[in-house]
Write a protein that binds this ligand. Structure first.
Ligand SMILES: [Zn+2]
Length: 81
């Protein structure tokens, strides 16, 4: 499963931000998957490795193809405030 991942600002490990919806990808653009929407000012995410919260911007998302040997822990979304 292809995913969007973020690089933790504290421990610099990659974690999953969002899995890419293959159905909407195909309907949208066959060359590049649509990025998830981020709120204005950034998205608050808690790193599953070090548990620290940070605000991430949409441009920080990195695309990765799912590989069985490389499993990212699912992140937890923090409330906006
Ligand atoms: Zn971290």
């Amino acid at each position: 499963m292809p995913q969007w991942v973020l690089n933790c600002q504290h421990c610099h490990k990659l974690f999953t931000c969002d899995e890419i919806d293959l159905a909407s990808w195909a309907a949208y653009d066959p060359l590049w998957p649509p990025k998830p929407d981020f709120p204005e000012g950034g998205l608050r995410m808690a790193c599953p490795n070090c548990k620290k919260g940070s605000t991430y911007q949409r441009y920080e998302l990195m695309y990765t193809d799912y590989q069985p040997a490389q499993k990212f822990r699912q992140s937890r979304r923090l409330p906006d405030r």
